[in-house]
Design a protein around this ligand. Structure first.
Ligand code: SF4
Length: 378
């Protein structure tokens, strides 16, 4: 059966300071714009032209927990007025450990937020300092305790690996310390080097390098250690207790439509991908100077059938469950096995993929070489 679930993403682009690896659209030291940004955001939400029932709302950033919690409540109220939120709607909010006070958690809870995602990144204070994070290990421990005390049983910790000066043993310590907090979901991402960031300059002058073999060793440690806590991999970078998988992200990997609001937010609506300007000044001007359309500050691109199929494959292969062959046929009117006979045969015989019950999925070895396998289909 085709999945027709829809989601909402809301981008809050403010942070206390800029991390050394960060290339996201996020601003530090622009607090004077916060109120006008939210006014523009409310206007953009009101202008959305479709009557959607949605299953998930996701506040991402930036650091949504950095701004006054009242603004998050108001945004959620406006969203609930413009959309029909499912009774069991998953409503997530990204937070940094040092801006997640018990008072804010109380306000979030009252507003209807039911999932908190904490940007822990590492449990090693020296590494946190090196990558320019504003918090320390003790802040993450406190934040997790506060989240549980406030009654959120659905929460995530984000971790990173292949960080400067990080050894495999350091990352194993981080994994265990994070899992020991009783967290039901952990995301683990290898550091992506982005140009024009302070970390990239360390890489350029040779102070820091990434080693593929150590990177894979760290990834395999995550798989093993998190499994011992009952956190199973359900997507290449995401691990959860059964029933605690992030629905918002799962819907995106399942090719569902989502609408994004705020500067730099992306949307995927009926074959069209939209991206709102990342220029916060332009975003505010557009929606406070009487814009008549919700996508007035966006660029839109309608994908061809071939591009859609490639996106679908790329996303499906990220999931542990893999690509649903009958869903592919229903969406694209093509038989996946016939279209890609040679690639399927080759990857299965190399031990990179397997076909199980109508699904084509990567093996453990395939996940290690996911980029290589995916490229074959593009
Ligand atoms: S908190 Fe997140 S969004 Fe903000 S600067 Fe750091 S990495 Fe970027």
């Amino acid at each position: 059966m085709l999945n027709t679930d829809k989601g909402i993403y809301i981008h809050i682009p403010f942070c206390a300071s800029k991390c050394a690896y960060c290339d996201f659209v996020s601003y530090a030291g622009r607090d004077s714009l916060i109120e006008s940004y939210f006014e523009a955001l409310f206007r953009q939400i009101e202008l959305f032209p479709y009557d959607w029932a949605v299953n998930t709302v996701y506040f991402g950033g930036g650091t949504p927990s950095y701004v006054d919690a009242r603004l998050i409540s108001e945004t959620l109220e406006k969203t609930a007025r413009r959309f029909t939120l499912a009774r069991d709607c998953e409503i997530s909010l990204e937070a940094n450990p040092n801006s997640l006070s018990p008072k804010k958690l109380e306000i979030y809870k009252k507003a209807g937020i039911n999932r908190i995602s904490i940007g822990a990144q590492s449990m090693d204070d020296d590494i946190l300092r090196l990558i320019g994070r504003a918090h320390r290990r003790s802040d993450t421990v406190k934040a997790a305790e506060n989240v549980l005390k406030a009654g959120f049983d659905n929460f995530n910790l984000d971790l990173m690996f292949s960080l400067p000066k990080q050894t495999a043993a350091d990352f194993e310590d981080t994994l265990k310390a994070a899992a020991d907090l009783g967290v039901p979901h952990i995301s683990c991402y290898s550091l992506t080097l982005e140009e024009n960031t302070p970390i990239y300059r360390l890489y350029e002058d040779g102070t820091y390098s990434q080693d593929d073999e150590i990177d894979r060793q760290m990834y395999r440690a995550a798989l093993e250690i998190l499994a011992s806590y009952g956190l199973r991999r359900y997507e290449i970078s995401n691990f959860a207790l059964p029933g605690r998988e992030c629905r918002h992200n799962t819907d995106c990997w399942d090719f569902c439509s989502y609408a994004g609001f705020g500067a730099a937010a992306c949307s995927f609506i009926r074959n069209t991908r939209l991206e709102t300007t990342g220029d916060i000044g332009e975003f505010i001007r557009t929606f406070t100077e009487g814009a008549g359309e919700w996508d007035a500050a966006s660029t839109a691109y309608e994908e061809t059938a071939g591009e859609l199929a490639e996106d679908y494959i790329m996303l499906a292969l990220r999931k542990a469950s893999g690509l649903n062959e009958s869903d592919f046929s229903a969406r694209f009117g093509e038989d996946f096995r016939k279209m890609y006979t040679d690639i399927i045969r080759e990857t299965v015989s190399e031990g990179l993929a397997e076909e199980v019950g109508g699904f084509y999925r990567l093996t453990d070895r395939g996940f290690d070489l996911a980029g290589y396998v995916t490229k074959k289909f593009l």
